[in-house]
Design a binder for this molecule. Structure first.
Ligand SMILES: [Zn+2]
Length: 255
């Protein structure tokens, strides 16, 4: 019988709810028996209007730990500061060390041309550090890794279509359950910030946020790829083949 390769899939986000863009995909990998690790570069200490930063960090770490339990993944936190993630070049060697320790086959992170600096900086440093981690002549405590496949979440600031879709229909309820764990965001921070931003006109509740962010978004990319619900990814680099919409991630073709 053919022996299936066990992969290590590593998602690296800036904040403890960023994985919500791809938690269906992460759940699918985990269900298939692959190792999945969610890394949050910050503990998310700034996403609230009244809970002090230290307390908020504890709450949000707890929320992401609950998410990881639901998805069947590992979770780890780095010590960068929410809304103050440094420029990529200042973090590059830390991420080389991290990647060489985790030794991923697949990396999922933010697209380096998204609109928010924390996301952008993480996307760029992860992309750059993946390449640097693969260079044997750069010696660190852990040895070099083969260049992992890298998939990006989020929309770039320029017009572009996704390159890869993953069918998440079978795990949509797991995704909804997982996203709902971010109570400090979905029940408090997001409704409050919408209310402030619209002069009191819009204040979405939890169900509306789930409907928009998980169901309608999943459906939109599902329609684009011929399935019920999908998550979308982009790829960068001349060496990466463009993949037709109906195909899944090359490593997940057996889904
Ligand atoms: Zn974020």
């Amino acid at each position: 019988m053919e022996k299936k390769e066990k992969l290590h899939v590593v998602f690296i986000g800036a904040h403890p709810d960023d994985e919500g863009f791809c938690s269906g995909t992460l759940a699918k990998y985990a269900k298939k028996g692959h190792k999945v690790t969610i890394v949050s570069a910050t503990k998310g200490g700034r996403g609230h209007y009244e809970i002090p930063t230290e307390k908020l960090r504890e709450i949000r770490m707890n929320e992401l730990q609950n998410v990881a339990r639901i998805l069947g993944t590992e979770v780890m936190f780095l010590d960068y500061v929410d809304a103050d993630i440094p420029p990529p070049s200042d973090m590059k060697d830390d991420f080389v060390n991290l990647l060489r320790k985790l030794r991923p086959n697949i990396v999922i992170t933010w697209h380096p041309y998204t609109d928010r600096d924390d996301h952008r900086n993480i996307g760029q440093v992860v992309y750059d550090a993946c390449f640097k981690s693969s260079l044997p002549l750069i010696m660190t405590d852990d040895s070099f890794i083969p260049l992992p496949r890298i998939y990006f979440i989020g929309e770039p600031v320029y017009p572009s279509e996704p390159d890869v879709y993953v069918d998440i229909t079978s795990v949509i309820n797991i995704k909804i359950e997982a996203v709902k764990e971010h109570k400090s965001q979905l029940e408090e921070w997001i409704p409050w910030s919408y209310e402030m931003g619209t002069g009191g006109k819009i204040k979405p509740n939890l169900d509306q946020i789930i409907k928009y962010f998980v169901k309608e978004r999943g459906r939109k990319f599902g329609i684009a790829s011929g399935v019920k619900y999908a998550e979308e990814f982009r790829i960068i680099g001349a060496g990466m083949p463009k993949i037709k919409a109906k195909q899944l991630l090359p490593y997940t073709i057996t889904f």
